[in-house]
Design a protein around this ligand. Structure first.
Ligand code: 5GP
Ligand code: ZN
Length: 115
């Protein structure tokens, strides 16, 4: 998957619209187009990283930044009593978009699917 055709690279470049909730120089976060829970955000590095299967030790800061962002976004979107972070990696892990992303799920249950 090239950066040209990658859907999350295109969203990060502003070529495809999204319901953006956060952006800085390294990370963008937006609502999942098919929410599986009342709060369902995707936290995405702007740089094309395929999955945790391909991260390198130098990506630690980026990954830490994304995890540290999660509780702030959860609170901002009303997931006050807790949230779930899911990262699907590779076809065997159920990954469908091969640009690393964290699902942030929260809000009143029941949720549509477990993810
Ligand atoms: P994965 O299965 O790769 O972990 O999750 C990919 C997620 O991306 C899915 O939950 C899917 O609904 C979401 N998604 C796919 N295409 C788009 C899109 O164009 N915009 C947004 N906002 N979400 C998308
Ligand atoms: Zn990409």
């Amino acid at each position: 998957m090239s950066d040209e055709s990658c859907i999350f690279c295109r969203i990060a470049r502003g070529e495809i619209p999204c319901r953006k909730v956060y952006e800085d120089e390294a990370v963008i976060a937006f609502h999942d187009i098919h929410p599986a829970a009342p709060v369902h955000l995707l936290l995405v590095p702007k740089r094309h990283v395929e999955s945790l299967q391909t991260v390198e030790s130098g990506d630690g800061e980026l990954l830490g930044k994304m995890l540290l962002l999660a509780p702030h976004l959860a609170r901002e979107h009303g997931a006050d009593d807790g949230f779930r972070i899911t990262i699907n990696n590779g076809p065997g892990g159920g990954q469908e978009v091969f640009h690393l992303h964290m699902h942030l799920l929260g809000g009143p249950r029941p949720w549509k699917r477990g993810l």
